[in-house]
Design a protein. Structure first.
Length: 351
């Protein structure tokens, strides 16, 4: 994918960067030592949250942790496993294991009165016409293993393609340990950026033990494209714009997919929607509340939050990431150029 010379690859290798970093990062402007390198990102940042990292990356476990923040937690309806839908309700028999795994006590009789149901029956009873659900594997990120189910005119659309009940049942049987989640409706601001994906903000929080407070070193607005759809991920062709931490104003959007360099867009290349200068509505309230949540979860000092802006100052948390990707962050500026951020990574033996 990345057409780099042998000399360029060797230069990157000696500085512990992968080929992708040679395309995304601006080594002409910034010294390579100011960037969190790929060895530090892939090997060392995974240690920061210790055993709590497994619970962050387990989407079901993290959903339970967010139970104390109900106004910002999206709904998880249940789990697909072994061809059955396991509903989460008062009689829920789901256990989140201490290592971040999932254990289920599965009833032997899939009677409809029990939490274990035929998934098509549950979808038929639950989904109204025009409504959607998100199906995502309980672990992993990067927009992988995410599917969208919509009911339209009495039929089902799976990732935009129509399926019969038989085809859908066969497809769902292959989805092992997939969560059935609420489709969070984004607010007007996010929809105007690009209407065909849910456009999330990735905000990184770090807990400063010296100051005893969380801070946001960087946040970016991810924006989908026809390449990335149905998700908004930078790694799959989406754009990302830096959110000014004080004002909430967006920078130009960066994009590198199928390119040998980063391309910057003041407006969306497909819709023409303005990106640079557009402000996240109610950013002060969003930032303040997210930091309050991060402070309450101070035992998880390093979290990459994926949030959907649903209104002015309002948001819902889609998931957290314990070993968050940094390409979409450092395309804007190297993380280690900020002294407070460098101190955090140094404190946790990353740099």
């Amino acid at each position: 994918m990345f057409e780099l010379s042998r000399r360029e690859r060797l230069w990157l290798y000696r500085r512990r960067f992968l080929s992708k970093s040679g395309v995304v990062y601006d080594f002409d402007t910034y010294d390579p030592s100011l960037y969190l390198d790929d060895f530090q990102r892939y090997v060392r940042t995974g240690r920061i949250n210790d055993h709590w990292g497994a619970l962050i990356d387990n989407k079901l476990a993290f959903h339970e942790i967010l139970g104390k923040f109900p106004s910002h937690r999206s709904t998880v309806h249940g789990l697909l496993r072994d061809g059955w839908f396991h509903a989460f309700d008062s009689s829920d028999n789901t256990v989140v294991a201490s290592d971040g795994g999932i254990e289920l006590e599965r009833p032997t009789d899939p009677d409809v009165s029990r939490p274990t149901r035929d998934p098509i029956d549950w979808f038929d009873e639950t989904l109204s016409d025009g409504e959607q659900l998100v199906l995502k594997w309980f672990s992993g990120g990067g927009g992988n293993n995410v599917h969208f189910l919509e009911r339209r005119d009495g039929s089902y659309l799976y990732d935009g393609g129509q399926m019969t009940d038989t085809e859908l049942a066969r497809t769902l049987a292959d989805l092992q340990d997939y969560l059935v989640c609420e489709f969070v409706e984004q607010g007007e601001y996010a929809a105007e950026l690009y209407p065909d994906t849910t456009n999330t903000i990735r905000a990184l929080t770090m807990y400063d033990e010296h100051a005893q407070e969380a801070f946001i070193p960087i946040a970016v607005q991810r924006i989908g494209t026809s390449d990335s759809a149905p998700v908004d991920n930078f790694s799959r062709g989406g754009l990302c714009a830096k959110v000014d931490r004080e004002t909430g104003a967006l920078s130009a959007g960066a994009q590198y997919y199928h390119s040998d360099s980063v391309v910057w867009h003041d407006t969306h290349p497909e819709t023409g929607a303005r990106i640079e200068g557009t402000k996240v509505p109610g950013w002060d309230e969003i930032r303040t509340r997210l930091l309050e949540i991060a402070n309450e979860l101070s035992y998880m000092p390093y979290v990459g939050w994926d949030i959907v802006v649903t209104g002015d100052g309002e948001f819902k948390i889609i998931e957290g990431n314990s070993q968050t990707g940094v390409a979409s962050l450092q395309v804007h500026r190297p993380l280690l150029a900020d002294e407070r951020t460098r101190r955090f990574y140094r404190r946790h033996d990353v740099v």
